[in-house]
Design a protein around this ligand. Structure first.
Ligand code: HAM
Length: 424
């Protein structure tokens, strides 16, 4: 488009060529989640801004500078959701889903963050997320991880690396935070600008820095792992024991701190080395304090979300044909009478064979033009109907991808004929 209106920077259309990959992904993930007994919940895309401030944390990148926030016509401050956990907790509390019961929930949909767009990082992106409530033990943490491992296996996505860490309890983290700040303060001259800014607002995030000049400094920093109490250590050990027994390989990453404030104990990320800088395809962890922080009772919770754009990019590489479904039969309809009757024939075929993908030629066109369209559609067969066939109640069947000889059959035999051609 020369000077037309274009999509907003960082927000992308999914074109029909790529939508089969999205459908393949969504279908397989939904099937695995259902098989584990998870139930879908659908939340609004807009929430009160306050919800995200109070859950994600005031001094996180997301809340400080990435939210799409605006006042609506009533003067309420609303925000396009930057993630799904906060809204899911809000919905579960609002509808009494957390009273003396466990919940295993999942959701999907677009999320919005005003980040600097680059490969794998967008301003509108899509997640499938899972949140569970009411289960305090390491068993559910492990179940979530096993479930994600199964999702990758089902979709043929090998070589993702699982990274694991524990952020301990809020008390352990607070004590560690003081220690870390003291250490970093003592090396203030070696901190980059970003880290100096974070030193007193969100020092744990400095551990996540990708700046190679700070690598040695961070390597020598005190480790949260060694400050964990018996309870936190025991929790992590039991998650690890289950993963070990199930044969799920992981690496411990003591610098995995996550960008949202609500986590405690187990955190994990699945990372690919085939996506450049934005390699994390799925991330999550435990957030036992969040429900209480939002005004509810103290309810243990753990969840994760996967980034669909990044997974689609991996699928495109590993199985570009995944989910793509060509047309089975193209109806070539020659002349006005056939153009009308063809739609009736197509309906008869759809009733007889609901599994076939049938495309009727609409909009007229000569023989050559229609066969060209038939060919482009990827159809295996063309069914040709013109005045002559109409008059005799027949249809011609022409193979488009093989040398099978053309056949002329009575309309009433067509179902049987297609049955043989499309046996499975
Ligand atoms: P998150 O790490 O912010 O966590 O996002 C989860 C995943 O969403 C990332 O690993 C990535 O694959 C994808 N993602 C995030 N931002 C972008 C972006 N700008 N462009 C493309 N993909 C992106 C959460 O959102 C938490 N709510 C996860 C969670 C659920 N924790 C507990 N429950």
């Amino acid at each position: 488009m020369a000077k037309g209106i274009q999509a907003i920077r960082g927000m992308h259309d999914v074109l029909p060529e790529r939508s089969p990959l999205w459908q393949f992904l969504e279908r397989h993930v939904a099937a695995v989640l259902a098989a584990y007994g998870y139930r879908e919940i659908r939340m609004p895309i807009l929430e009160m801004t306050e919800l995200f401030r109070r859950s994600i944390g005031e001094v996180t990148d997301i809340v400080e500078k990435e939210m799409y926030t605006f006042d609506d016509r009533n003067g309420d401050s609303l925000t396009l959701r930057p993630e799904g956990t906060a809204g899911c907790v809000r919905a579960a509390m609002e509808h009494g889903l957390l009273h003396n019961q466990v919940q295993r929930l999942w959701y999907r949909g677009p999320m919005f963050r005003h980040e600097r767009p680059q490969k794998g990082r967008y301003r509108q992106f899509h997640q499938i997320g899972v949140e569970t409530f009411g289960m305090p033990g390491p068993d559910i943490d492990a179940e979530l991880i096993l479930m994600t491992a199964r999702i990758w296996q089902v979709m043929g996505l090998p070589d993702l690396e699982l990274q694991l860490n524990s952020l301990g309890t809020p008390q352990e983290r607070a004590a560690y935070r003081d220690e870390l700040v003291a250490y970093l303060d003592a090396h203030h001259d070696q901190l980059d600008e970003d880290s100096r800014r974070r030193l007193h607002s969100n020092p744990l995030r400095i551990l996540d820095s990708k700046n190679p000049q700070m690598r040695d400094l961070l390597q020598a920093a005190p480790s949260l792992m060694s400050r964990l109490g018996e309870g936190s250590k025991g929790h992590l050990d039991r998650v690890r024991a289950i993963l070990d027994k199930a044969g799920v390989v992981y690496v411990m990453n003591p610098r995995l701190v996550r960008g949202l404030d609500y986590y405690s104990l187990t955190v994990f990320e699945w990372v690919s080395d085939r996506l450049g800088a934005q390699g994390t395809v799925c991330a999550g962890g435990r957030y036992d304090g969040l429900v209480e922080q939002l005004g509810g009772r103290s309810i243990p919770a753990v969840g994760f979300a996967m980034g669909l754009e990044r997974l689609v990019a991996l699928l495109e590489e590993s199985s570009p044909e995944a989910g793509a479904a060509a047309i089975d039969v193209y109806l070539v309809l020659l002349g006005d009478a056939a153009a009308q009757e063809g739609l009736i024939l197509a309906e008869e075929l759809r009733t007889a064979r609901p599994d076939l993908r049938i495309l009727s030629n609409c909009g007229g066109g000569g023989t050559k033009a229609q066969f060209k369209r038939a060919d482009r559609s990827g159809a295996r067969y063309a069914l040709v109907m013109g005045d002559d066939e109409l008059a005799h109640g027949t249809v011609a069947l022409k193979a488009l991808r093989s040398d099978e000889p053309q056949l002329k059959v009575g309309r009433d035999q067509l179902g049987e004929l297609l049955q043989a051609r499309f046996a499975n």
